[in-house]
Design a protein around this ligand. Structure first.
Ligand code: NAD
Ligand code: DAU
Length: 339
């Protein structure tokens, strides 16, 4: 089996590469990544010399390069993680989100059609469902919840999902889609809530909480997401969408307080800043379908996962310090300077 994994130098994609090489040692894993600001080759250092692994620095929007790669590799399965993934950046500059997330998806699916790929899997997000009100804890996103997006990021992901389903119906491309809740764990880029708060707290810098910090996210340890995708690409039904989430809803402010506690830092570092435009209130996944059909259940409890994650950031300071010492400084000043 040859599996093309796009976006494998990013957060979830790299964890998926590690998972696949371990879980399926006889598979060949080909990582396609443009190495944008969010992609880091150092993340893949431990597998670079693995004979079952190949890295290709390629843009998924580059049709010619992608076709050439498919011609060489003749992949059985394609898993498309590659995306612009940060909501705040999409509010600043939507265009690249449309290019990579929608056009890039179409390039990957055209190549998958042309070379007879047995499964094309699209890694999507619970953000395509919009948000839920805080005062209705009985409501959850199911696979039949209407698409209702808030940010340019989530709209681009929803656009891609619709295109994937259209390729299934129109061309019979054997597709599946997973829509997962917020992930956390090793190699999470420090522009996102949990790693940003860990990095800032360790440097005794302010912890910028948007609005009142009341927004709720449904956190899942990244390995559990990887295991869900592994199950879907092998046993999931073609043409189907699977929601992935672990019923672990938490308010942002509670996460930040917990990080302070774990690191022995004072809560006085918490600083309330101007809210994100169009900020989604609450995400909450109903994972009944993937549980009933594929037997998936999250294995890592949040209390353990957050400890493991904090330990990983303490043990791997070089990885994130290299990132935050570069271009990230300009990003941080632009996004947080006048907030
Ligand atoms: P990330 O930003 O950490 O990584 C994205 C990777 O894609 C990077 O390595 C980047 O270099 C690469 N990339 C970007 N544009 C590319 C292009 N044009 N061609 C090739 N490679 C390109 O993202 P992530 O958090 O790991 O998310 C991965 C996927 O999972 C995304 O599709 C995202 O929408 C989805 N998702 C993320 C979460 C989450 O909590 N992080 C939850 C649900 C779904
Ligand atoms: O739900 C899945 C989505 O989760 C993925 O599709 C996205 O790719 C991923 O980035 C994530 O989106 P969020 O917007 O939920 O994640 P983020 O870490 O950016 O923010 C989490 C919450 O924390 C959100 O309510 C905004 C808030 N926040 C974030 C940052 C970066 C703050 O309060 N302060 C911050 O500095």
């Amino acid at each position: 089996m040859t599996v093309i994994v796009t976006g494998g130098a990013g957060f979830i994609g790299s964890n998926f590469v590690f998972h696949m090489l371990k879980a399926h040692p006889d598979y060949r894993i080909v990582c396609v990544d443009k190495l944008t600001y969010a992609g880091n080759l150092s993340t893949l250092e431990s597998v670079m010399n693995n004979p079952k692994f190949r890295f290709c620095k390629t843009d998924i929007c580059d049709r010619e390069a992608i076709n050439k790669l498919f011609e060489e590799e003749k992949p059985d399965i394609v898993v498309n993680f590659a995306a612009e993934s940060h909501v705040d950046r999409s509010i600043e500059n939507p265009e690249i989100f449309l290019q990579t997330n929608i056009l890039g998806t179409s390039v990957m699916m055209d190549a998958s059609r042309k070379y007879g790929v047995k499964r094309y899997h699209q890694v999507s997000t619970d953000e395509v469902y919009g948000d839920l009100p805080l005062d209705r804890p009985d409501l959850f996103f199911t696979e039949s919840t209407h698409i209702h997006t808030s940010s340019p990021y989530s709209s681009s992901k929803a656009g891609a999902d619709l295109l994937v389903l259209a390729y299934y119906r129109t061309y019979g491309l054997p597709v599946t889609i997973s829509r997962c809740s917020n992930n956390y764990g090793p190699y999470h880029f420090p522009e996102k809530l949990i790693p940003l708060m860990i990095a800032n707290a360790l440097a005794d810098k302010p912890l910028p909480v948007y609005g009142k910090g009341e927004n709720v996210r449904d956190w899942l340890y990244v390995e559990d997401h990887c295991k869900a995708i592994d199950l879907i690409i092998h046993n999931g039904r073609v043409g189907e969408v699977y929601n992935v989430g672990g019923h672990n809803e938490m308010k942002n402010i509670d996460i930040v307080r917990l990080i302070c506690k774990e690191l022995g830092k004072p809560e006085s570092l918490i600083t309330y800043v101007t809210d994100r435009k169009g900020h989604d209130m609450r995400y909450a996944i109903d994972p009944t379908k993937i549980h009933n059909e594929l037997g998936w259940l999250p294995e890592t409890k949040f209390a353990d996962g957050i400890k493991k994650t904090i330990k990983w950031y303490l043990d791997n300071e070089k990885w994130w310090k290299d990132i935050i010492s570069g271009e990230y400084q300009n990003y941080y000043t632009k996004m947080y300077g006048n907030r």
